[in-house]
Every structure is written in structure tokens, then in C-alpha cells.
Design a protein around this ligand. Structure first.
Ligand SMILES: [Zn+2]
Ligand SMILES: [Zn+2]
Length: 375
């Protein structure tokens, strides 16, 4: 079928809106008419080729829409269902068998190879191509997080779509499948602080602010947020932070120590900066836990004081908020609908054709979470 999609053709290059062809869904796959898709830093990391995903490619992994058709063997998803899309996993490795699907051994091939997955084969071309006037169609890479949802239509799979109520607000909920579940899940699924526990969150982007909302839900106290953008810090306070620290104006570590002289029980590091991770670790109370949720360039190292570590402290990497999307996303939808997870405060909408403006606003900090609308 004919679709429109945002194509990245060169390293660091623009997202170009092009007319492409999308194949029908194969066995286990579903065709989704995309209503909305968030833009995540991971899309930009691949655009900039920090990881060697092949180009040209259609990115986008925070898609939401309506199922138009299903492939053979699909049982739990029907045409007409409203769905949120999330990450891909194999379902058969030991992480998947233990329910820890975000740590699938095949996470990189399944989400970042640009190819379609079938069985144990990751070399099948993506279902995308571009008509060529002189000769055979040009193959386009895709299947990014088994969706490539920066497009009017996407092929996902039965496993990575989550059916939601037909009145759910897809245009706001689209980023649940990556950014928002990452921040909220780090608190609600992984760290699970007791009521009244102290928590520091470094970085007030969409992931850090989702963690703030989750920390408010389970009544962490204090909830301390550190960032360098005053507008983000005021928003963090409106969303539940009890203290907001501007690291450009004061020594953030000293400021946290004034609030919690014995250290904090929990920390969440969302910037991916090794110096910030080290500071978050140093702020921990004995037996405190620091969850790392911010991505960094492959090979980035951090040094930690081993004696400080010996006192029961933990640094824990967390992918996708330890989310099992089919269980966790409906919970987040309910929290949003009940007014307890107000992600609409973080979302700004753009049309697909405005994708370059959306990316620029995200980079400048003017927009926290851009979501593209496909109509
Ligand atoms: Zn993402
Ligand atoms: Zn797996």
C-alpha cells in the first residue's frame, strides 16, 4: 500500500517525508494506521549513527494507532482495535522466559537491525520500499522496534502492541511505549520505594519527569530534582517535586546534602552523563539504590568509590522501566485518565510534515516530548 513516512537517508541528516510502499502483514504481524508517534532521543541517536543501524531507514518507536489488518495466526488483536506500540523481544531467550522482556538477549537485533524478524532470522528485509521510475524498487530499512511508526502506517507484531479502550487519548498516550514507561517504571516496577522514602532524580526531560509523577503517586518524600533548565525545574515542582535544584546556580550535591544530611534512599539518573551518575551514587544513603535509565554512547565508563559501594549501595541499570507493556501500559493509561500521571503537560503536538521543527524544539528544550500527528 502507499504510505507517507519520514526517511533518514544520511548520518545526521534530515527526516525527509517521502511516499513509500508498505507490504501487507505477514504471519504474526499487524498493520496499524498510525495516529500519533512520539520522538525519543533514541531516534536521534540512530539518525546520528551512534549505533550502526543501516540507512536509509524509517524510525519512530512511540507509535499509537488503529489496527487495519492482521496477519495469519494473530489471535489477540483484531482490525479496529486501538493500540499503543512498544519494544520488540524474542520471547524465547532466558530473560524473556523469566518475564524480563526488556532485557531480551536479542534486544539490539530485534529493535535496531533495521530488518524484519522471523523465528531466529534477522536478515529479512523490512516491509518498506520506494518505487523507482527506472528499475526495481529501492529497499528501505525499518522494523525499528518492530514498528517504524514515523509514518502514516506501520507493521507491528501481536507481541509489541497493547490494546487500549477506544476512547483512550492516543495522541497523548503514544509515548507510553518508550519514554514514559521508562521513567515511571523505574519507580513503580524496579525501585519500588516505600512511602516516605527520599528520592533524587537527575535530569528533568520526559523520562525524569515521568519518574517525578510516579514518585508523587507512591508518596516519596522528599522528591528532589536536579536539572539545568529553569522552566523544566518549575514544571518538575508543579508535577510533584518537593525540591528543584538548578545545577548551573549551585553545587547540586551540597544542596541535596542540606536536604538529606545522611544521603538519599533512592536515586534515578536520566541524563546518561558519567559525572552525574557518580554524583547520584555518592548521594546515596547506606544501602541506597541508584537506578541508571539514561543512555550514553557505547563504551562510556564511570569510576565509583569502592568503599562507598561496600556499604550496601547498589547501582542498577534499568531498561524500559522493567515494563511488561501489555500489563504496565494499561496501568499507566488508568493513572493518566485518573489525573495522576498528567503526561499531557509534557506533550506538544506537530504534524508529520513539521518533524524537523519538532526535532529542533526538542533539542533546544522548548518542547519536552514532541508527538507527531499523522493526519
Ligand atoms: Zn525511546
Ligand atoms: Zn528474548
Amino acid at each position: 500500500m502507499d504510505i507517507k513516512a519520514a526517511v533518514v537517508r544520511e548520518k545526521g541528516g534530515p527526516f525527509l517525508i517521502e511516499d513509500l510502499q508498505l507490504e501487507a502483514p505477514s504471519a504474526g504481524e499487524v498493520l496499524v494506521k498510525v495516529m500519533a508517534c512520539g520522538i525519543c532521543h533514541t531516534d536521534l541517536i540512530i539518525r546520528d549513527q551512534f549505533y550502526p543501524t543501516p540507512l536509509p531507514i524509517v524510525l519512530g518507536h512511540e507509535g499509537a494507532g488503529i489496527v487495519e489488518a492482521v496477519g495469519a495466526g494473530v489471535k489477540t488483536v483484531r482490525p479496529g482495535d486501538h493500540v499503543l506500540m512498544s519494544f520488540a523481544y524474542c520471547g524465547t531467550c532466558s530473560s524473556c522466559l523469566e518475564g524480563a522482556t526488556s532485557y531480551c538477549w536479542h534486544h539490539m537485533e530485534m529493535n535496531f537491525s533495521g530488518k524484519r524478524y522471523s523465528g531466529s532470522d534477522w536478515t529479512i528485509p523490512a516491509p518498506l520500499s520506494k518505487k523507482c521510475d527506472h528499475g526495481s524498487p529501492e529497499p528501505i530499512n525499518g522494523a525499528f522496534f518492530n514498528q517504524s511508526a514515523l509514518a502514516t502506517h506501520a507493521i507491528a507484531t501481536e507481541e509489541n502492541v497493547v490494546v487500549v479502550d477506544k476512547d483512550a487519548d492516543l495522541k497523548t498516550l503514544a509515548p507510553l511505549g518508550c519514554g514514559f514507561q521508562t521513567g515511571a517504571g523505574a519507580v513503580l516496577n524496579t525501585l519500588r520505594p516505600e512511602v516516605g522514602s527520599s528520592l533524587v532524580i537527575t535530569g528533568a526531560g520526559n523520562v525524569g519527569l515521568a519518574a517525578v509523577m510516579a514518585a508523587k503517586i507512591i508518596k516519596c518524600d522528599p522528591i528532589i530534582v536536579i536539572d539545568v533548565v529553569p522552566e523544566r525545574l518549575s514544571l518538575a515542582e508543579e508535577l510533584g517535586a518537593t525540591h528543584a535544584i538548578d545545577a548551573t546556580r549551585e553545587d547540586a550535591v551540597a544542596a541535596v546534602r542540606r536536604i538529606c544530611p545522611d544521603g538519599v534512599r533512592y536515586a534515578i539518573e536520566s541524563t546518561g552523563n558519567p559525572n552525574v551518575l557518580r554524583s547520584a551514587f555518592e548521594l546515596l544513603h547506606a544501602r541506597g539504590v541508584c537506578g541508571l535509565i539514561g543512555g550514553s554512547k557505547i563504551g562510556t565508563e564511570v569510576s565509583l568509590d569502592m568503599t562507598h559501594l561496600l556499604f550496601g549501595r547498589t547501582v542498577r541499570g534499568i531498561l524500559q522501566g522493567d515494563s511488561k507493556p501489555k500489563k504496565f501500559l494499561p496501568q499507566l493509561v488508568k493513572l493518566y485518565e485518573d489525573g495522576l500521571f498528567p503526561i499531557d503537560r509534557l506533550v506538544s503536538h506537530y504534524r508529520l510534515a513539521q518533524i524537523e521543527d519538532a526535532v529542533a524544539d526538542m533539542k533546544s528544550g522548548r518542547t519536552i516530548k514532541p508527538v507527531l500527528l499523522m493526519e
